[in-house]
Every structure is written in structure tokens, then in C-alpha cells.
Design a protein around this ligand. Structure first.
Ligand SMILES: *[C@@H]1O[C@H](CO)[C@@H](O)[C@H](O)[C@H]1NC(C)=O
Ligand SMILES: *[C@@H]1O[C@H](CO)[C@@H](O)[C@H](O)[C@H]1NC(C)=O
Length: 149
């Protein structure tokens, strides 16, 4: 019995690993470009994802206050998702933000953006806010060679 449980846990674990994905800038640009995200903000969204999750769709960070941040945009469980069932302002289960389908992450991140703007993300404030593509030392990605619209 123990062996069976072990195998099941292992399969579950492998299943989770398989869905993890590290996005490349151009890939994320394409995904964002096919959403209703404003095109001129795409470099900022990518910078945000780099700062918050290193583009890792399965990243979870537990906060000292018992909330956790989920996925490529590190969406917090306090307000936006629910840990055990669909819920929060995005009406989503937090763990659904960890797979390699980021359409739901983008939708939820857009809701957060609509309420609070990019300043909702500390990573964006620290790394992306005061940079622009015209500066030499900027953190915004150069998407000039990416095909996206
Ligand atoms: C992505 O995040 C997951 C969960 O935190 C971690 O196990 C994995 O090692 C990370 N992948 C990379 C390439 O950093
Ligand atoms: C916990 O900290 C996170 C990140 O700082 C914050 O977004 C969230 O609102 C806090 N949650 C609570 C319950 O205070």
C-alpha cells in the first residue's frame, strides 16, 4: 500500500513538473500580444514577469503573513485567488495559476492592473518602473526581433 501511495505521489509530482514552463521574452510577448493587453505596455509586463517570477509559471512564494504568490505574475492569494476552490476577485483556484497555460494568469493580472496599476507589483516598482527603452541601462526587454502583435 505504501508503495502504491508513493508511486501515486511521484506521478502527481512529475505531472506538476511537466506543466512548469520558463517563458522566453518573445514567447511571452506573443502570448500577451494575442490578449487584449495594451501593446505599448508589453515590455513592462515582461519586465514585471522577469522581476517577479524569473518567467517561471510554477513559482510559488509563501509570504510571512500566510498568503502566497502564484505563477508567472506572482498573484497573491489574499485578494485574487482562493487556495482550496475557485474564488477571490479573479474567481480562480490559486494552483490553476501554476500551469503552463497563462491565459488565466493574464486575465487575472489585467484585473489587478485595472484596480491598482503596475504598482501592485513590488518587482515592477523596483526593477521596471523608472526604466524606458530609450535609456541605456534599462530593464525593459528589447523585443525588436520578436514576431508578435
Ligand atoms: C520554477 O519554479 C518551481 C517551483 O518553485 C521550481 O521547482 C523550479 O525549479 C523553477 N524552475 C527554474 C528553472 O527555476
Ligand atoms: C501579505 O503580503 C502580501 C505581499 O506583501 C500582500 O499583497 C497581502 O495583501 C498581505 N496579506 C495580508 C493578509 O495582509
Amino acid at each position: 500500500m505504501k508503495a502504491v501511495i508513493f508511486v501515486l505521489v511521484l506521478i502527481g509530482w512529475v505531472g506538476v513538473q511537466v506543466h512548469a514552463k520558463i517563458y522566453l521574452s518573445c514567447e511571452l510577448a506573443k502570448e500577451l500580444g494575442s490578449s487584449t493587453i495594451e501593446r505599448h505596455l508589453i515590455p513592462h509586463w515582461i519586465c514585471l514577469a522577469q522581476a517577479e517570477s524569473q518567467m517561471n509559471t510554477s513559482k510559488v512564494v509563501d509570504m510571512p503573513n500566510k498568503s502566497s504568490n502564484y505563477g508567472i505574475f506572482q498573484i497573491n492569494s489574499k485578494d485574487y485567488c482562493s487556495k482550496d476552490r475557485k474564488g477571490g476577485l479573479c474567481n480562480i483556484k490559486c494552483s490553476d495559476l501554476l500551469d503552463d497555460n497563462i491565459k488565466d494568469d493574464i486575465k487575472c493580472a489585467k484585473d489587478i492592473f485595472a484596480r491598482d496599476g503596475f504598482k501592485a507589483w513590488k518587482g515592477w516598482v523596483n526593477r521596471c518602473k523608472s526604466t524606458s527603452t530609450t535609456e541605456k541601462n534599462n530593464a525593459l526587454p528589447n523585443l525588436i526581433n520578436c514576431q508578435y502583435k
